[in-house]
Design a protein around this ligand. Sequence first.
Ligand code: SF4
Length: 325
Amino acid sequence: MSAPVLDVRALVKAFPVGRDLLGRPRDVVHAVNGVSFALERGSTLAVVGESGCGKSTVGRVLLGLTPPTSGEVVLNGRRVDNIREAERRAVRSQMQVVFQDPFSSLNPRMRIGAILAEPLINFGQAHSAAEAREKAEALLRKVSLPVEALDRFPHEFSGGQRQRIGIARALAGRPDIIICDEAVSALDVSIQAQIINLLMDLQDELGLSLLFISHDLAVVEHMAHHVAVMYLGKIVEHASRADLFRAPRHPYTRALLDAAPVPKIIERPERKPLGGDVPSPLRLPSGCAFHGRCPKARDICRQTEPLLAGDADGHRVACHFPLNG
Ligand code: SF4
């Protein structure tokens, strides 16, 4: 097997909360708490979980929008979590992002031609205005938009079209990886399907690797090759899509699947609705962080944190009493 395009090792992102009189943080929230995963070249890894589980923070750290507290990020064999700002441009061209709301990430005062020319020139893919226009036209064709779009403004497009423009812009630097952060969550279901199919076609054509951050398990089941489930800053289950949807082992994953409108899930031997609230990340429970909501919790769960461990197939789970084991 070839080396992963992205290798994330023991990533931690902690945020100080409040300050005392001496300016010291009163508390610390570990939004990401020891996350490790590898993204294989040309594949899609979905990172799923409830709001606040840390999945979007993982994306922000990988993009260099906020520095990690500790851990390592290795991109194409090179460690990039500790590079200087001047070196970051090359990294940015290799790893791009598509956000949930394309409207807020497209400058409303710029025409689409200028929006696409900017990264083409910044990332060294075009060296003149004429070349930038020619390459911007090619980008629009890749996302199935007419070249006339170059002379229009973002507000003249529908939400789905704007997301296509966002994808075209992400492609401008010829990235290896696109991080899709809830990239289709704001779209109607029929438009969602079109954008997902576009991303999958582009993946096939360009060999892209996708890190797909989402709370939508129906979408994830459609397009992911592997899935990492996060709860309170940690990965609690990591498996191939087929294994995870057919036989989830963590009670949290089971509860997420039971709560999701996914018609393909037909085997549901232990349908227990997910009760309780997510604990405050400021006051993490002892032992397994999920024990207050878990129908299978026993004494050991309240005392000892389960570690992420797995089988030879790479199906890993952090649970003392995994399901389907
Ligand atoms: Fe539930 Fe215990 Fe497993 Fe945590 S370790 S998910 S509380 S069974």
